[in-house]
Design a protein around this ligand. Structure first.
Ligand code: SF4
Length: 133
């Protein structure tokens, strides 16, 4: 069973994540969570120290506060739009070390970095997890 503190932190993280690129004022966070300013500050600092958020000091209605931005974003289907794997007939046979291998697939490489499309395969150095031109 989760403690009240961790539930509050989860709600805080979700609110910050949902705020997206706009960010969320720290002074709004405590109101939305119905917690004290001190508790909101503690949570925000903790998240910042863990690299979960970035805080920028801002002047809001004549008072200093922080704008909090999530360091994560929701993954959307747009991020895989056009990926050749989504319509590839070989997807079931494609794996690292297989006859079809994502590390050496030119279609996938060209989708990840369209600059490689015009290069001969010999010019593309495919390493474990990265494609280097
Ligand atoms: S990496 Fe290439 S071969 Fe493998 S599923 Fe994707 S498009 Fe098909």
């Amino acid at each position: 069973m989760k403690s009240k503190k961790s539930k509050t932190e989860q709600r805080a993280l979700k609110l910050i994540l949902n705020a997206g690129k706009e960010g969320l004022l720290q002074s709004e966070l405590w109101k939305l969570l119905d917690i004290s300013t001190r508790e909101a500050s503690r949570i925000a600092i903790k998240f910042e120290e863990k690299g979960k958020v970035r805080r920028d000091k801002v002047l809001n209605n004549g008072r200093w506060t922080y704008m909090i931005y999530s360091m994560k974003e929701y993954v959307t289907l747009k991020s895989i739009e056009g990926c050749p794997c989504t319509i590839c007939p070989d997807v079931d046979r494609c794996f690292t070390g297989g006859t079809k291998d994502p590390r050496t697939c030119l279609d996938l490489t060209a989708w990840i970095d369209p600059r490689t499309e015009s290069l001969p395969f010999s010019k593309i150095l495919v390493q474990e997890e990265a494609v280097i031109l």
